[in-house]
Design a protein around this ligand. Structure first.
Ligand code: HEM
Length: 221
């Protein structure tokens, strides 16, 4: 079997690729969260961090292209696996056999769709600065002021918190499933891997949501 067939046309290969690209995206999310927490250290530290990232130049572009590739592959495989699953069972069971399946696992496609919509909005918001005219009045490179101005809108902040809920539900099931998809789900590893998803999900939800909430509460200003 050719490598392409093994990875893309066999469900096991596709699931392994989903797991690897999912891990890459989770790595980015955790690194982005750690960097964003510097907002609580004040404008100077946060802006210095953002400037440091931009100064990486070519290296930053390599990371961006890798991230975009992982995201595109993850979405492509999600659509492919979901449509194949539907085609294999066109008529729903009279009694859904999902009593054991959690809410998070049943809604991976929906929370994933919400994340894709969130990332599109987020890039338009903070990277391309297309959605908020007030950003035009801010000094160049003042990413701190941009974040504060962005989250001063309760509607924008509410959307971010909702998206973080979808992201954490997605990670809750996704992170724990990685081990199964990669064939690492053995014996006494289960109790640890089962808890890893909920732990990562909780950190991501509390961490990211704390930023818009802190801005609205006037703690970050
Ligand atoms: C409260 C939550 C978040 C805040 C405050 C935040 C903040 C930012 C800021 C300020 C930028 C632009 C940085 C710059 O150009 O200097 C950015 C870029 C980005 N963010 Fe976020 N972010 C948040 C959550 C997320 C989440 C949950 C994801 C992914 C699921 C994400 C994905 C990205 C991506 C892909 C970029 C573009 C990176 C690049 O240009 O290289 N962000 N974020």
């Amino acid at each position: 079997m050719k490598l392409y067939d093994r990875l893309f046309t066999s469900p096991v290969g596709a699931k392994m690729l989903m797991a690897v690209t999912g891990l890459m995206l989770t790595g980015f999310v955790l690194a982005h969260l750690a960097g964003n927490m510097l907002v609580f250290a004040g404008a100077e530290k946060f802006n210095a961090y953002a400037a440091g990232l931009h100064a990486l130049g070519g290296l930053l572009w390599v990371a961006r292209i890798g991230l975009l590739g992982a995201f595109a592959l993850h979405v492509f495989l999600a659509v492919k696996l979901t449509s194949e699953n539907k085609a294999a069972r066109p008529v729903k069971y009279a009694h859904e056999a999902t009593i054991q399946a959690s809410f998070a696992s049943r809604h991976m496609f929906h929370t994933g769709l919400l994340m894709a919509a969130f990332v599109a909005f987020h890039l338009a918001h903070y990277t391309f600065k297309l959605t908020d005219p007030s950003f035009g009045d801010l000094p160049a490179g003042d990413v701190y002021a941009m974040v504060v101005a962005g989250f001063s809108s309760p509607v924008v902040s509410a959307f971010y918190v909702l998206a973080m809920l979808a992201l954490s539900l997605h990670l809750c099931h996704g992170v724990s499933s990685v081990f199964q998809s990669l064939g690492l789900y053995h014996g006494n590893l289960n109790p640890i891997t089962d808890k890893l998803g909920p732990i990562v999900a909780t950190i991501v939800f509390i961490g990211f949501s704390s930023i818009p909430l802190a801005v609205l509460a006037g703690i970050v200003k």
